[in-house]
Design a binder for this molecule. Structure first.
Ligand code: TMP
Length: 237
């Protein structure tokens, strides 16, 4: 079936989502807009939409090869991708291999400290509330996910972490932490949203230079260069 883009369903902070002539598929269109601190800080990162689209698709392809089902269907253009029409689970999962960001703030542990095991966290997906941290009891008690779904999300997040950590180590990058979102699709839980320098912390393995959105969040400069460097490391143009 020839895919046709239909009406815009939603515009988020970094992406637009369109319906298509196939009810099982949506088109995501990546923008250069960047926000931080729940939309309080706003700006643009030139070329970011292209980087995030291509990188996310590449990484989801890699995960698919390792048996992780994702929403990725087909890259349509530099910024647009056909994805499966999932119902997003209202939980943001964060996996952490190295202490940074809000974990450092919450615990007082120094950025760069290495936990004894990867740390799995969940946040309730709500812009109004600023994505508060939750635990599995909250998710079950308030019906955000079932016990079976939570187990699958936990196991899949750890599996994704192991695959991505090894992949990035191979290109000289420490995968510090990252955010995942899952969706329900035809009775299954599959990986959705994006995996990009917006949603991951990447540090150069040797110099520990930041190669991700923290350069924007922290006004460090060199934001576009960092995104391009990550493209180069992965071997994408
Ligand atoms: P944090 O240290 O601020 O909790 O962020 C952990 C990781 O999650 C980091 O790689 C950035 C990513 N992240 C998002 O993708 N979206 C968000 O809204 C936040 C707060 C973090």
């Amino acid at each position: 079936m020839e895919i046709e883009q239909k009406e815009q369903l939603y515009e988020g902070k970094a992406k637009k989502v369109f319906a298509t002539n196939d009810p099982d598929c949506l088109i995501v269109d990546y923008k250069d807009d960047a926000t931080a601190f729940n939309g309080v800080k706003r700006g643009q990162i030139a070329g970011k939409g292209v980087v995030n689209n291509k990188m996310s698709n590449y990484l989801m392809g890699l995960l698919e090869k390792e048996g992780v089902e994702t929403h990725f269907v087909k890259e349509l253009s530099e910024r647009r991708t056909l994805v499966k029409n999932v119902k997003i689970v209202p939980i943001e999962v964060i996996m952490r291999n190295i202490v940074a960001g809000s974990l450092s703030k919450r615990t007082g542990l120094e950025e760069g400290a290495i936990p004894a095991m990867p740390v799995f966290e969940m946040y309730y997906k709500s812009d109004e509330l600023g994505d508060p941290m939750i635990n599995s009891d909250h998710a079950l008690a308030f019906g955000w996910a079932t016990e079976e779904e939570l187990k699958q999300i936990y196991d899949t997040a750890h599996k994704i972490n192991a695959i991505l950590k090894e992949f990035f180590a191979g290109v000289g990058v420490d995968l510090v932490d990252f955010k995942l979102e899952f969706g329900r699709y035809k009775g299954r839980i599959i990986l959705a949203d994006e995996i990009s320098p917006d949603t991951c912390r990447f540090w150069d393995s040797k110099t520990k230079e930041k190669l991700d959105k923290d350069r924007f969040r922290r006004d460090m400069g060199g934001v576009e260069d960092a995104y391009m460097e990550m493209m180069r490391r992965i071997g994408l143009k």
